[in-house]
Design a protein around this ligand. Structure first.
Ligand code: SF4
Ligand code: SF4
Length: 163
């Protein structure tokens, strides 16, 4: 779109996709859920490949997919995207509609979110683990030992095998 300012999140996502391709390494999701319910509060919703930033867009989404009516608008983030909370979240932090929750709820936390530049909440029990350029560089350096050290390492390995 002409004149559209691309957000830091967009660039972060682009960088992550680039890094992943260059290093041939997919992000991993580690950890486990602590059932804090924070991924159902103050969240952004994506529609047709873009984060929703207008009430009109959200109304249209609810008209096309009434399951989204469970979300209420709570405000905007620093980049003017709408934030939502789900009215189906119980006081105990469990979903009141667990068996019929939306695909985006089932997929959370997804690798797609990471490659879109998104991050998990600081309190989330899950985290993203991605290989960084500095990790690859360190490994490369370790792999280029002087010949004498390589020989020594090989000798030690052989000694261990023999003993
Ligand atoms: S439907 Fe359930 S899992 Fe999905 S946002 Fe609402 S409370 Fe959370
Ligand atoms: S924010 Fe993370 S830890 Fe909390 S309920 Fe969601 S997935 Fe679980």
């Amino acid at each position: 779109m002409p004149g559209r300012v691309l957000s830091p999140m967009f660039w972060r996502g682009l960088f992550r996709r680039f890094r992943s391709t260059v290093l041939r390494s997919e992000v991993r999701i580690v950890g486990r859920c602590r059932c804090c319910g924070n991924c159902c509060r103050e969240i952004m919703i994506r529609c047709d490949g873009r984060w929703i930033s207008s009430r009109r867009r959200f109304t249209r989404l609810c008209r096309d997919e009434p399951d989204y009516e469970r979300f209420e608008i709570t405000g905007r983030d620093e980049e003017n995207r709408l934030m939502f909370s789900c009215t189906f979240l119980g006081r105990d932090n469990f979903c009141k509609d667990y068996d019929f929750r939306l695909p985006m709820c089932r997929a959370y936390p997804s690798k797609i979110l990471y490659y879109q530049g998104g991050d998990l909440g600081a309190d989330c029990g899950f985290s993203y683990k991605a290989k960084r350029f500095r990790d690859a560089w360190k490994r490369r350096k370790q792999g280029t030992l002087p010949f004498s050290q390589t020989l020594e390492q090989a000798r030690r390995t052989q000694d261990r095998k023999d003993s």
